[in-house]
Design a protein around this ligand. Structure first.
Ligand SMILES: [Fe+2]
Ligand SMILES: [Fe+2]
Length: 166
């Protein structure tokens, strides 16, 4: 059996997040359609565009390590996105819908932040300087998205969820 090293883990984890990002790209337009708040819709749309760029960065990282860009099923993101779908369905036409969608989106961002944080660290250890830069750019976008969502929650979405629909 081939020896598994940090290189192996890096490659496997890259495949995991590549799979996840492509799922997220498909899910964000659905989230934007489901959201009621214009600010939340706009945040989902903006992040959909960013996600396209993030997928391109991952393809560059695959190139750096000389591997084909190929995903590997990520059960974690499947579960997180399935929970988001469940919220969208169960809270449809209720005042708490946006708060639930926003929380589901933050769960996605936090999953991405943990993955990119680890990949960036491993790229540093592996001496993959260009990969570190690419992974860091995406990590910053994910963290900023998480903060933007918190701001939207604080500005209106959580308060609106307190009250019954007019
Ligand atoms: Fe992402
Ligand atoms: Fe994200």
């Amino acid at each position: 059996m081939a020896e598994k090293t940090l290189q192996t883990l890096f490659h496997d984890t890259l495949r995991d997040i590549y799979y996840a990002e492509r799922k997220i790209l498909k899910s964000l337009p659905k989230m934007a359609r489901a959201a009621q708040s214009p600010d939340l819709k706009a945040a989902f749309e903006k992040h959909r565009e960013q996600t396209e760029g993030q997928i391109e960065r991952l393809q560059k990282v695959f190139e750096i390590i000389d591997k084909p860009a190929r995903g590997k099923t990520c059960d974690a993101i499947e579960g997180i996105l399935a929970e988001g779908d469940e919220i969208a369905e169960e809270y449809k036409d209720t005042p708490a819908l946006d708060a639930g969608l926003l929380a589901a989106a933050q769960a996605v961002e936090h999953y991405e932040i943990t993955r990119y944080g680890t990949l960036k660290r491993w790229a540093e250890v592996l001496g993959l300087k260009d990969a570190v830069k690419l992974l860091d750019e995406t990590l910053k976008e994910e963290s900023q998205t998480d903060e933007d969502l918190t701001a939207i929650a604080d500005a209106a979405v959580n308060a609106e969820a307190l009250h019954p629909a007019a």
